[in-house]
Design a protein around this ligand. Structure first.
Ligand SMILES: [Fe+2]
Ligand SMILES: [Fe+2]
Length: 283
């Protein structure tokens, strides 16, 4: 079988199916072979029935789907009849995914054995802890005050509840400890592909139009994970700035679709799935 028609590991994030135009794109997503796997790196939507619609469709088309939550899945929107908050909402999403045969951060990490493999695919849910602060601001409170002063405040502050944890950063730190344990238990003879909604390193946030938004984009505590856990690629989204960058020789792929007002301005057609493996000759 030629590489052109062989199995592929593909990725996308930030489908935001609350927008009709994005729903149409999701409805049109197709594998290129019967054995393609798809990574969905969060922000499918906010309403649970919307999220289920999109993930069910993708799970019917791709041989395997791997999902990790974005911040939007963790909102408790007024319009959603399901009122679960925080950790309870996350666990509900995990069970929904399991019912669809989708791998989550709570399941044994799947191993891709197609071209470019074998490699362990690790979906990670670690959230953020307000450590990506502007220079000179030493605490979360100082940084949040600046963000409110300049009018750049992520909607998570109002809709992403950390229950039963006392704060989003406390939830993040619990997630980091659990995820490190999970990663330490993997098969260390295989390299990894780390999948997180939020970038594991801070550098990708340096190109944000509003630098204050970086507060809601990750945590300093994961900045060596790509080296520590033998990653060949890190897949992320959230920034809505699709691109490829390299850190310490590791490929980082921001794979977001984003909002219609964003993808309409891009040169490339929206909804192109990013090929993760087999890797293209990019450097
Ligand atoms: Fe997003
Ligand atoms: Fe996001």
């Amino acid at each position: 079988m030629s590489e052109a028609s062989g199995p592929r590991l593909l990725a996308i994030s930030d489908l935001h199916v609350v927008y009709e135009a994005n729903r149409e794109i999701v409805a049109g997503l197709r594998p290129t072979s019967d054995e393609d796997w798809l990574i969905v790196a969060g922000d499918v939507g906010e309403i649970l029935s919307d999220i289920e619609w999109a993930l069910r469709r993708l799970s019917e088309r791709f041989a395997k789907v791997i999902w990790t939550p974005g911040n939007h899945e963790l909102w408790t929107p007024q319009q959603d009849p399901v009122k679960l908050r925080g950790e309870h909402r996350y666990r509900h999403l995990v069970e929904m995914c399991r019912g669809l045969g989708i791998s989550t951060p709570e399941d044994p990490y799947p191993v891709w054995r197609g071209p470019g493999g074998p490699v362990t695919i690790a979906p990670l849910f670690v959230l953020y802890d307000y450590s990506f602060r502007p220079a000179g601001l030493r605490t979360k409170d100082e940084a949040l005050k600046r963000a409110y002063d300049v009018g750049v405040v992520c909607t998570d502050e109002f809709h992403l509840h950390p229950d039963p944890h006392p704060s989003r950063e406390a939830w993040c730190h619990v997630r980091i400890a659990e995820t490190e344990r999970f990663l330490a238990a993997r098969d260390e003879s295989l390299p990894t592909i780390l999948v997180s909604h939020f970038p594991l390193v801070r550098d990708p946030t340096m190109v944000l139009r509003y630098p204050e938004f970086a507060l809601w984009c990750g945590t300093d505590r994961t900045d060596d994970w790509h080296r520590r856990f033998n990653a060949i690629t890190a897949v992320y989204g959230h920034l809505h700035i699709p691109r490829t960058t390299w850190y310490d020789g590791v490929r980082f792929e921001e794979v977001s679709l984003g909002y219609p007002r964003e993808w309409e301005r891009r040169q490339t057609a929206p909804g192109r799935l990013r090929r993760i493996l087999p890797a293209e000759e990019t450097r």
